[in-house]
Ligand binder design. Structure first.
Ligand code: ADP
Ligand code: MG
Ligand code: MG
Length: 251
């Protein structure tokens, strides 16, 4: 589903190479986890895949179901089924959460040549999905993420994902700042969306999350590259011994 080959990325503003040849292949129906020390380039990779400004791709490729992603606008990438839950969710003052969800959903439908969702259908869907994540009616009316706690913002990201039903879901440290109960809600939300036609890339520092969202493959990223891949046991190894053993082994 997602195929990244030799991806090299530098910052536009300064001459700093951040991704130095990332290779990653995520097949439909699977969950891949990415772990790695701070500053490895995990968020940069997510941003570049989603089409954020400020980065220059200096080499390599990234495709979604065989289609070149890097040539598309962010909206087109989203309409093709790519979704990124941000490490630091943005606040959007003045835009109600429900209005935002409905606008995003309809914008994607339009780009795909589909009809808009009806008000009744939308309300039914948003209420059901919000209830699953224990997001109350008041939070749905408030401006997107404004005044939300860290945990509420992360749950709201998962609500967006559940509403948009993307194919390739990237979660960037969605577990950071969550208490145990919120992590369970978020994990249940992700697990409910697991499907043969959908894949997840879960970026996390903690094995904890991977107890709930069981990954098929775990990758370690360091200094702009994926340096090691393995099964779920790799995450346990990181939890137990930190990164230093693995990094010196691959060096
Ligand atoms: P991770 O998510 O793995 O912690 P990041 O992708 O956030 O890593 O960062 C990778 C490296 O790129 C870090 O050294 C970080 O300081 C640097 N970096 C990322 N974005 C910027 C930016 N806009 N300006 C300056 N440095 C940046
Ligand atoms: Mg980080
Ligand atoms: Mg990060």
């Amino acid at each position: 589903m997602l195929e990244i080959k030799g991806l090299e990325v530098k910052l536009e503003e300064e001459d700093k190479q951040i991704l130095k040849g990332v290779d990653l292949s995520v097949e439909a129906g699977s969950v891949h986890a990415i772990m790695g020390p701070n500053g490895s380039g995990k968020s940069t990779m997510s941003y570049v895949l989603s089409g954020r400004d400020g980065y220059e791709v200096t080499g390599g490729s990234a495709t979604l179901n065989g289609e070149d992603l890097l040539d598309l606008d962010p909206e087109e990438r989203a309409a093709k089924g790519l979704f990124l839950a941000f490490q630091y969710p943005v606040e959007i003052p003045g835009v109600g959460n429900m209005t935002f969800l409905r606008t995003a959903l309809n914008a994607q439908r339009k780009l795909r040549g589909e009809d808009e969702i009806s008000s009744t259908e939308f309300l039914k869907l948003v209420r059901a999905r919000a209830a699953d994540l224990q997001i109350d009616a008041e939070m749905l009316k408030r401006p997107v993420n404004v005044g939300f706690s860290g945990g509420e913002k992360k749950r709201n990201e998962i609500l967006q994902m559940a509403m948009l039903e993307p194919k390739m879901c990237i979660l960037d440290e969605t577990d950071s700042g969550l208490d145990v109960d919120a992590m369970k809600l978020v994990s249940d939300g992700v697990n409910a969306l697991r499907d043969e036609g959908r894949a997840f890339l879960v970026i996390t520092h903690y094995q904890r999350l991977l107890d709930h969202i069981r990954p098929d493959v775990v990758h370690i990223m360091s200094n702009g590259r994926i340096v090691k891949s393995g099964g779920p046991e790799l995450a346990l190894e990181v939890e137990k011994n930190g990164y230093s053993d693995i990094l010196s082994e691959v060096a």
